[in-house]
Design a protein around this ligand. Sequence first.
Ligand code: PMP
Length: 400
Amino acid sequence: MNYKFSEIFRYIKPSEIRSLLKYTSDPELISFGGGMPNPESFPVEEMKEILADIMDNYGKKALQYGTTEGLDVLRDELAKYVLKTEGINAKREEIILTTGSQQALYAIAKIFVNPNDPVITEGPTYVGAISAFNANTANMMAIDIDENGMNVDELEAKIKELSQNGLKPKFIYVIPTFQNPAGTTMSLDRRKRLLEISERYEIPIVEDNPYGQLRYDGEPVQSIKSMDKNGNVIYLGTFSKVMAPGLRLGYVIAPREVIDKINLLKQGLDLASDSLSEYIAYEYLKRGAIYRQIPKTVDLYRKKRDLMIKSLEEYFPEAATWTKPHGGMFLWVSLDERIDTTKMLDRALKAKVAYVSGSAFYPHGEKHNSMRLNFTYSDDDKIVEGIKRLAYVINEEMEV
Ligand code: PMP
């Protein structure tokens, strides 16, 4: 059979992270590559009770198809949760459950983007967003970030330049808090400027916030959505990092007209998210289990972040620099300009240590001398050993 696939595959490329996964079965490999939460952060005991209670109390409903928008009582609990944790005011009708926030990223691109429409992202940005936007034929343009998040002057200049050519971005995608992959947080000033720009040029902001509650130090910065008076912000949340990613449950908070479009699309994607997961999330919020779990996860990850930074200071070469995230799961290392981390990955895998090279996080693969390191997944002794191995690999690469 000579299959004739659609033109979409001109846009989609396999992600380096997926190709790394084939090495994860090697027990000797220390991987800082994946974005996985540490399984110790999963609320296993609490889940046993919750699951038993769900089966006793509403087993038949939990095993049935649900509505496309998601369980009403869960959306009400979510409204309370985002008000308490992020200062976001949302009505039940402004919330839709999704199958992970990954589905939300796909859906948002699908409902806004026509072939080659411009979309603004941060540079670097989340690989899964690049995949979702590519699969929906977006023409992504990355705006540089620094330790205070997206460079809003550069953003405005880009918008003006596009408009001179009769173009306008369909949305601006940002991960303002504990960014994936850089670990940086956008300052309050820039968040306000971003919102002003969004209002002035009438371009929606997509605020993706999976890590906001994983803060290890410093003061919280207001979510952009909490400052949004005119419905400019489409907010994405997920249970993946505060409960468990295996349940595949995320949510979108946005004005009704956006939620309605996502709802229509979702009917063709999966009809509805997983009912059992929705009941679990509902109980997890209602019982307050989430507020007991998050501090435990934060304590576990804070120690791991500190250990990785200490090991970097001890073993990495002088020329290397790295971000010092106040939360989240990743830090971003920049190496000597002469190093190409994509090429170096082979050497690293031979030394049994993995990372994701920086170019994977740019829509067009631009930067070459950086890498993302995940500090939440590995055991403590592996963090130290892995950084030692990586330092060795970098030094070797410099000598070639
Ligand atoms: N957005 C960002 C920035 C992420 O890092 C992730 C997961 N790594 C997601 C979205 C998707 O998460 P999920 O589908 O598990 O909710």
